[in-house]
Design a protein around this ligand. Sequence first.
Ligand SMILES: [Zn+2]
Length: 122
Amino acid sequence: MSDVKNQTTTEAQILESRSEVFDLMYETIESDSETLAQVKDLMRNVRVEVKDIQPMKETMEKTRIELGSLKRQLKTLEEKLLFNIVCPACGKLLRADFKLCPYCGENITLQEKMIAVTDYKK
Ligand SMILES: [Zn+2]
């Protein structure tokens, strides 16, 4: 009789500890699925951000190319503005503030400069 009672107690203890393990497992699974949901959310956000970034990257690349072209145009314009007179002796492009041609040493007078600038404006 005593043996039967002992056995029942042991079985009850095993059952109880089992249910504790199940509870723990359930909690773990629940928190895991919560984490999984968070990861899923994160992944979705990342995907949306990547979609947003892609056209941004393309726009930036386009802007970079346009900026390069603009820089080149600006340089050409700057050169045209700075090197806007022609040496009357050798025909090289010179800056308007040059008094001597650095190529042939020709003395460039104000009169020649004015003619050169007028010609350039045409
Ligand atoms: Zn010259």
